[in-house]
Write a protein that binds this ligand. Sequence first.
Ligand code: ATP
Length: 242
Amino acid sequence: MLAAAPTAARPAARAPEPGGAALSVRGLTVEAGGRRLVSLPALDLSPGATLAVTGPSGAGKSTLLFALAGLIPASGGRIDWGGEEITALRGAARADWRRRQLGIIFQDHQLFDEMSALDNAALGAAYAPRAERAALRDGAAHWLERLGLGDKLAQRALSLSGGERQRVSIARALAADPPILLADEPTASLDRASADRLIADLAGLAGTRTLVAVTHDAALVARLGRRLEIRDGAPAGGLADA
Ligand SMILES: Nc1ncnc2c1ncn2[C@@H]1O[C@H](COP(=O)(O)OP(=O)(O)OP(=O)(O)O)[C@@H](O)[C@H]1O
């Protein structure tokens, strides 16, 4: 899918550039409802690294992912992305950091059914400064094209297949060209063939973005560089090569 030829009217494929942001986690704990949900003593990733977070249902994988995204507050410890301590950011500063640095692929896609594929993928433009909106929309169209949805930009999300909706959510995560990509079970709603194409796309981002993906999919785990297994909220063993 990455090799899909762009048409003359659409943005040309950009050559991937080395990139990504380093991750450093120290003494992270996340608590809710009187329970400790996550306890991660240390985790380090270099820029452009790819990591699979695996483990049984209810282990705390999504909670960890959302903490890394700054969407769930840490109860203790610190998370640094690209040398910036995101656990020290509050409110608007944290939202601004997310907008500039992070793309998130949610398990349930989080699309608006009545909006087109392009409007969904370019949703971030609604929150971006006026000067950045056109570039963000171009980025959304570029990724939809590259993910094989170039002929469905105007189609309402309601009428897209599960795999197509997943790809719209990926285009949205990548539209602003963020150095960090976080994905929660990105292949869960796809058939095997679509999942394999998506895995090739995600693996193709290695070196250009730092990717952390929560997944049960052994084929995805095998294509990412490292693996962290979580059990009962804590790492079971260290960071392994996938
Ligand atoms: N806000 C919350 N308050 C209390 N408990 C929570 C909260 N959020 C999550 N949990 C609990 O934390 C545990 C870990 O949930 P989480 O969704 O992170 O697991 P997971 O490993 O991603 O599971 P799955 O693979 O099934 O998606 C679960 O027992 C869940 O019920």
